[in-house]
Design a protein around this ligand. Structure first.
Ligand code: ATP
Length: 368
């Protein structure tokens, strides 16, 4: 049902899964859904068809596992989905020690690219006010032991006092993440920074740096430089506004994108899209924030912008300019709401999650 007609004659939009998740998920995911619906209506696109599916702590209670096979099967038949955060550290054993829900979904669908923008908002406080970069994080290997082997994990303990972790780097995976980064740079300010630690991890990180450089030769219109991860953290703080696209391996990308998100204002504004060549999953870059869950203070911006990225990705794939426009409208409405001084506490304001969401929906309805 991905065509343009339904039996009653009206157009249908994408069929999207909605996975609420844990912690602040029940607050920020419905907020993102409400804003996406309002943007689609404002753009004149066909309505989105949402499919709620169980995941996380509630799925343990109801289905006996945090990532039910039925959820994965249902996702396979949809056009994309929105994944809320999970608090897998709080799950009872054996689930706490198993691959967490987002890792399971990323692995199941081969979502190899994690696209994480960090953009400062005018009108909100930021450590680096001019920041406008995208971290392109490799999502399937590196040192993340829960996803770098086909069976078992890349972490083991030969004795109680010795723990070993494997880092896996393959030409194929580095090449495809590098292509993602360079293609993205072409649609932005045409600059890619490769972040690695090839001075110490000469073979693994050396392969990462060299393959990224090789791919860069196919993009003579894109400027390339590279930084060691330690230097990259310094340069991000000191001159974060200079960066455009940062491509890096899994663990460095996880850390750098949190840093960049916070430097741009708040981790609560940092969206992400996980993609393969034919699937996409919207997921905020932050976690489930159990410390603020249930208090109506979480910033829903990251979840809203992640969902907007999904609409834009689907619009590009379908050649649907109206759907793409709906995504742009979410970005614009969030920005103008923040400019009006309406922000949650993490950005220095006193608006609630629900109050901010209502303001963005009103902005969209007003054509903003
Ligand atoms: P994970 O390992 O799942 O990524 P984490 O332990 O890194 O999670 P987060 O849940 O991302 O941690 O939270 C880190 C800090 O950022 C917490 O203090 C949290 O309250 C804050 N935070 C995260 N997301 C938001 C948000 N949407 N709005 C406001 N504060 C947030």
């Amino acid at each position: 049902m991905t065509g343009n007609d339904r039996t009653d004659g009206g157009p249908i939009g994408p069929r999207l899964g909605v996975l609420i998740g844990d912690g602040i998920g029940p607050e920020i995911v419905p907020a993102a859904v409400a804003v996406a619906d309002a943007a689609v209506a404002a753009a004149g696109a066909a309505p989105l068809e949402w499919h709620p599916l169980p995941i996380g702590a509630s799925a343990i209670d109801e289905n006996g596992t945090p990532t039910p096979a039925a959820t994965l099967d249902a996702l396979a038949a949809l056009d994309g989905w929105v994944l809320g955060p999970h608090d897998s550290a709080a799950y009872p054993e054996p689930f706490r020690s198993q691959l967490n829900p987002s890792g399971t979904v990323r692995r199941h669908f081969g979502l190899y690219a994690n696209i994480r923008p960090a953009v400062a908002f005018s009108g909100a406080r930021a450590v680096v006010p001019g920041m406008d970069l995208v971290v392109v994080r490799e999502n399937t290997e590196g040192f993340y032991a829960d996803r770098n082997t086909v069976a078992g994990t890349g972490e083991f303990m030969p004795s109680p006092d010795v723990a070993i972790a494997l880092g896996v780097f393959t030409r194929t995976a580095v090449r495809r993440i590098a292509v993602t980064a360079f293609e993205l740079a072409r649609r932005r300010r045409r600059r890619v920074t490769v972040v690695h630690k090839a001075n110490v991890l000469r073979l693994t990180m050396g392969l990462f740096r060299d393959v990224c450089r090789e791919v860069g030769r196919d993009y003579p219109d894109v400027a390339v430089d590279d930084l060691h991860i330690d230097a990259a953290t310094v340069h991000l703080v000191r001159r974060g506004a200079d960066f455009d696209v940062v491509v890096t391996e899994n663990m460095f990308g996880d850390v750098l994108s949190d840093l960049a998100g916070e430097l741009a204002g708040s981790l609560g504004t940092a969206p992400s899209l996980n993609t393969s060549d034919d699937r996409a999953m919207a997921q905020a870059a932050h976690g489930s924030a159990p410390d603020i869950a249930g208090r109506d203070v979480a910033n829903p911006i990251a979840m809203m912008l992640s969902t907007a990225m999904l609409l834009e990705w689907l619009g590009d794939r379908r050649g649907d300019a109206v759907l793409r426009d709906a995504g742009y409208r979410v970005h614009a409405a969030v920005r103008s709401t923040v400019v009006r001084g309406i922000t949650t506490p993490d950005l220095g304001g006193s608006t609630t999650t629900s109050g901010f969401t209502a303001a963005v929906v009103a902005e969209l309805a007003a054509g903003g």
